[in-house]
Design a protein around this ligand. Structure first.
Ligand code: NAP
Length: 283
């Protein structure tokens, strides 16, 4: 392997140490801990694992976690009412609605029921617009984590050709907007893209956000490119054919241990910011 690893575990640990310090300071001066409400609908086993990891990490850094597990049969209206209550509750600083919700629920309507000031997972239209315009605001957690990794490893973005494979509202699209705001030349690819391999071959930076194991072949990677694999598939496998890609890339994220830990770090960092902001501190 010739590529260097973009170590998300180490960067997340450093980020979370700073969050824990900030949380201790906030708690000492405000008489309560920052609070993250997590809402999980249904029985998806992976979602349960993700929520448990987020709750555990919250506790480790001193953030209060309130967990709302709703049954699979929850209607859109019922979910909107829970999110509306949490949005209005002054003791809740951040709200995470675990994605995906069951298919019968209108996920966009649910995301929009989150007060943008508590949108610490960066899923509302308000947060998307801020990312698209390059304005301050909450970042979608995984895209925010990807940008922090690129920054920490000094990857030059201005003028670079960035190819994002995937255009989901929580991952591909927002990371595309953040890269564009950072002056990369961005191509967003999706299931209708023709000649995907050729698009990837031109990329200085490849962001894989497809959800298919080893879908991006190592041979497609331009020598020296930076490869970020946000995919997480059964068997701990990413969306990139890791071994072959690591022979060509200059930098590559491991799976697991790359993007995943940074997603949680951004979520908790943004929860601290939301709490500070609502307390009239600098955010
Ligand atoms: P998603 O909503 O299913 O979106 C997948 C995207 O891939 C869609 O835009 C789809 O295109 C595109 N796609 C599907 N088949 C394709 C093909 N043959 N060629 C090109 N593009 C294709 O998934 P997601 O929620 O964005 O998640 C993507 C991956 O990231 C998953 O493995 C997920 O587990 C992982 N993930 C990781 C984290 C983390 O914290 N590390 C967080 C979220 C997600 P269309 O739009 O045309 O359908």
């Amino acid at each position: 392997m010739t590529a260097r690893l973009l170590d998300g575990v180490a960067l997340a640990a450093t980020t979370l140490e700073a969050v824990a310090d900030g949380v201790a300071e906030y708690t000492a001066s405000n008489g309560r801990r920052p609070c993250l409400a997590t809402v999980l609908v249904g029985d998806d086993p992976s979602s349960h694992v993700y929520v448990r990891m987020k709750v555990n990490r919250s506790r480790k850094v001193g953030i209060e976690s309130r967990r709302f597990d709703l049954p699979e049969s929850t209607t859109t209206d019922e979910l909107l009412s829970v999110l509306g209550r949490l949005s209005a509750d002054p003791t809740v600083d951040g709200i995470l609605l675990q994605h995906p919700v069951p298919a019968h629920i209108d996920e966009r309507a649910a995301f929009e029921a989150i007060d943008p000031r508590k949108d610490v997972d960066g899923v509302t239209r308000t947060s998307f617009a801020q990312m698209a315009f390059g304005e301050p605001g909450f970042r979608s957690a995984t895209p925010g984590g990807i940008m922090r990794l690129l920054d920490a490893f000094d990857v030059p973005l201005a003028g670079a050709s960035a190819v994002v494979v995937g255009r989901s509202p929580i991952l591909g699209r927002p990371v595309g907007m953040l890269l564009l705001a950072a002056d990369a030349t961005v191509t967003l690819c999706h299931s209708k893209t023709r000649a995907l391999a050729d698009e990837v071959r031109r990329a200085d930076i490849v962001i894989a956000a497809v959800g298919r194991a080893e879908f991006i072949r190592g041979a497609w990677i331009k020598p020296g490119a930076v490869v970020i694999d946000a995919g997480y598939n059964e068997g701990n496998v990413g969306d990139v054919e890791f071994d072959a890609a690591a022979e060509r890339a200059s930098l590559i994220t491991p799976v697991p241990g790359g993007v995943g830990p940074m997603t949680i770090a951004v979520l908790l960092d943004q929860t601290l910011h939301a709490a500070r902001h609502s307390a009239g501190l600098d955010g």
